[in-house]
Design a protein around this ligand. Structure first.
Ligand SMILES: Nc1ncnc2c1ncn2[C@@H]1O[C@H](COP(=O)(O)OP(=O)(O)OP(=O)(O)O)[C@@H](O)[C@H]1O
Length: 251
């Protein structure tokens, strides 16, 4: 389990994340939702150790994340950040292979993992294409494949910031299934996302973030209660059930 205890992050006298406590259980897919600018990406960066909190800490098995070495961290945590700066024309294959660097796998093992990851993201035919020539959704799927290659037996937690960004409907579902599968393997999977219907469909628990604070954590039915959502999004949110799925809209 990974835990945030009293996490606070300030910039220029403004609290961007304010006293956040959060427990991400093993074997569960945990979604974080909330309006733009509410602090979700910042919280994910704090949880992954990319930035340091002003107060509080992140704990992995009761040891602070910052006490682990960088290479140990990259074995325990796999992280997909929202911004990916990569403007060199690597082949998609090479970008996916980068996920294997922390593991130091044998070349033959890595080849199999890359092939499987490309297949899982349905981008096998793009393997030899230059990354810089790919579409936005294709690039995102390449980064997800890179993340899959990084995930090994030792990985405890997978943190993803808007993994569905730019991805089409069909592949959104397959990515969510993949993430659910990782949770079923016993990983803690933490996903920042905006699609409430997909969160309702796939998450085991959901936290709502507003103005730097976690205002509620619960099961999908509890957290996505429409009066609660209306308050967080400052607009009247409604939902309907179609074929057993909850769909959300603004009145
Ligand atoms: N390093 C920083 N310095 C100053 N302000 C920052 C910094 N990082 C984030 N912010 C501000 O903190 C707020 C929260 O940003 P964050 O990216 O965490 O929001 P978010 O909930 O992920 O938003 P979105 O849904 O749009 O991705 C924003 O107003 C942002 O401008």
């Amino acid at each position: 389990m990974i835990q945030a205890r009293g996490l606070t992050y300030r910039r220029e006298d403004r609290s961007i994340v304010e006293r956040v406590d959060l427990s991400l259980e093993a074997g569960k897919l945990h979604a974080l939702i909330g309006p733009n600018g509410s602090g979700k990406s910042t919280l994910l960066k704090l949880l992954s150790g990319v930035i340091e909190p002003n107060e509080g800490g992140v704990f992995l098995s009761d040891k602070q994340l910052k006490e682990y070495g960088v290479s140990e961290r990259s074995l325990l945590l796999a992280v997909l950040l929202q911004e990916q700066w990569l403007d060199f024309p690597f082949r998609a294959w090479d970008v996916v292979a980068m996920g294997g660097y922390p593991l130091g796998e044998l070349e033959s093992v890595l080849q199999v993992q890359i092939t499987q990851a490309l297949k899982a993201l349905d981008i096998e035919e793009l393997a030899e294409h230059a990354y810089t020539h790919l579409s936005g959704g294709e690039k995102q799927r390449v980064h997800l494949a890179r993340l899959l290659v990084q995930i090994g037996d030792l990985t405890r937690c997978v943190l993803l910031d808007e993994p569905l960004k730019a991805i089409d409907l069909t592949h959104q579902i397959s990515v969510m299934r993949l993430l659910k599968g990782l949770a079923k393997q016993g990983k803690s999977v933490f996903v920042v996302m905006h699609d409430l219907s997909l969160a309702a469909q796939f998450a085991d628990s959901i936290s709502l973030m507003s103005a730097g604070r976690i205002v509620h954590t619960g099961t999908p039915d509890d957290a996505l209660e429409t009066t609660r959502l209306s308050e967080v999004y400052q607009t009247q949110v409604e939902s309907v059930r179609v074929d057993g799925q909850r769909l959300f809209y603004v009145r």
